[in-house]
Design a protein around this ligand. Structure first.
Ligand SMILES: C[C@H](O)CC(=O)C(=O)O
Length: 269
């Protein structure tokens, strides 16, 4: 494929994902079409589709507030046959207050996952970041819930589908108890996600690439490599600490992360 037909194809795949989101009607998987765009690096082609969707959101006036890291747990990586994380972009319109209502009518097939969010106090512009760089750059951390909502029908996704689809991200809720990293045990902290008193997911900090700081390091390097470094003020959703839980009906999901307290995602009809 030449560059012109490639960029037409990227735009048309972006159109499809945007229509799925706008119409709340998921589309078939797009991985084969993405793979056909590139002889070599199909993942780059998938990020090109993600960029096209996000460029249109930015052009429409939406504000980028950070990034999400996905595919950080071994279980999800195995499910998708990958050994590396991916990332998506967080917009202000995706941010929901702790306990504020999230209308199920605005989503397609949501799932929730509990994680730790870092809020940066410094830019991360080194080509290769270290644990020390991340520890210095994080202003504070909070418990968080990400609502993922694949625009691909029945969550029939592989790496290329979810990369193109902004890491399947839809909404995020930040807790309101900011903690400095020195005050928490990011490796050992346990996580429990409950709905109506029933545990729907559990895990620990170590499930996120061994430690959420490792995930942030991966993202920081990646963002420098593609020319859009993480900046002071960015929210970084570091990745799920346990399996995703399917949201089928209205209700309150409460994530408790040891040392961080709790955060709630409240789904309404
Ligand atoms: C499919 C999503 O990227 C899952 C996710 O957000 C995570 O693994 O974390």
């Amino acid at each position: 494929m030449n560059d012109v037909s490639n960029s037409l194809a990227i735009r048309s795949l972006a159109d499809r994902l945007i229509a799925a989101e706008t119409d709340r009607s998921a589309c078939p998987p797009i991985r084969e079409e993405i793979a056909a765009l590139s002889v070599g690096d199909a993942v780059s082609a998938a990020y090109a589709v993600q960029n096209e969707v996000n460029r249109r959101r930015s052009d429409a006036g939406e504000r980028i507030v950070g990034r999400k890291i996905g595919l950080t747990s071994k279980a999800v990586q195995k499910q998708l046959g990958v050994d590396s994380p991916d990332f998506g972009t967080l917009f202000a319109a995706m941010a929901i207050g702790d306990g504020a209502e999230i209308s199920l009518g605005g989503l397609i097939q949501p799932k929730v996952e509990a994680e730790i969010a870092f809020i940066l106090g410094r830019d991360l512009t080194f080509e290769r970041n270290t644990t020390a760089d991340i520890l210095r750059a994080v202003d504070y951390a909070v418990a968080a819930i990400e609502v993922v909502d694949s625009r691909i029908a029945r969550w029939d996704i592989r790496l290329l589908d979810t990369v193109a689809d902004n890491g399947s991200s839809a909404r995020f809720v930040l807790g309101t108890r900011p903690l400095s990293l020195g005050a928490v045990d990011l490796f050992n902290c346990t996580m429990s996600l409950d709905r109506a008193g029933q545990e729907v997911s559990k895990g620990a900090g170590a499930a996120c690439l061994g430690n959420p700081v490792n995930a942030a390091c991966w993202l920081a390097d990646m963002m420098v490599a593609i020319g859009t470094p993480l900046r002071a003020g960015d929210v970084v959703m570091t990745g799920a600490l346990g399996p995703m839980a399917v949201v089928t009906e209205p209700g309150t999901y409460t994530a408790n992360i040891e040392g961080f307290g709790s955060v709630r995602a409240v789904f309404t009809a």
